[in-house]
Design a protein around this ligand. Structure first.
Ligand SMILES: [Zn+2]
Length: 183
């Protein structure tokens, strides 16, 4: 899927290959299409899910239930937050060392742009280190279509943008879906 990314050109490449070739192992056009579809379907709420080494796993966002049950502890709704259900969180923590591990946690941002927010960072870290050895994909949805999606990786001491995937209305994405480029 080599034409799908714009990669930040800073020196973030791994010694064993580029980030793009690594991402190509588990990011597919079909997977991105499905993720974009669920981000659009769940707009104006956030969607969330997991990209595995092979396949993707869309997960329900239970933030609204948490907010309804306990608004003082969960002041945000699904419009601007996401929480995995216990079963999905358990799957995530147990599956990291499996033969088909989670590589990326994804969630969408309705109407605020694709960026890794302060809340995203604090919920991904424990004592300054990532809780899970995964990247994060944030899908920016605006007016019901995906503007773009960005992948963030913990490098050194902070999360850094390492790849941008074009939005659902982007010409390149359109060509990819129609098969003008090879996966
Ligand atoms: Zn976020």
């Amino acid at each position: 899927m080599k034409y799908l990314y714009t990669i930040d050109n800073s020196d973030h490449t791994k010694t064993d290959g580029s980030i793009a070739s690594e991402l190509d192992e588990y990011i597919t056009i079909a997977g991105i299409r499905e993720i974009y579809r669920s981000a659009i379907e769940q707009y104006p709420e956030e969607c969330c899910g997991l990209i595995l080494q092979q396949g993707i796993c869309p997960c329900p966002n239970i933030q609204n239930q948490l907010h309804q049950l306990d608004p003082s502890n969960y002041p945000r709704t699904a419009a601007n937050a996401f929480t995995f259900a216990a079963a999905d969180a358990l799957f995530l923590s147990r599956n990291i060392n499996s033969t088909n591990p989670v590589k990326i946690i994804y969630h969408s941002h309705p109407d605020v742009g694709a960026y890794f927010s302060y809340t995203d960072k604090t919920s991904a870290l424990y004592e300054g280190q990532p809780i899970y050895p995964v990247d994060h994909l944030v899908i920016g949805v605006q007016n019901g279509s995906v503007i773009c999606a960005k992948i963030f990786r913990f490098i050194g001491t902070e999360y850094t943008l390492v790849a941008i995937i074009p939005g659902s209305n982007d010409k390149i994405f359109d060509q990819l879906i129609k098969g003008d480029y090879n996966d």
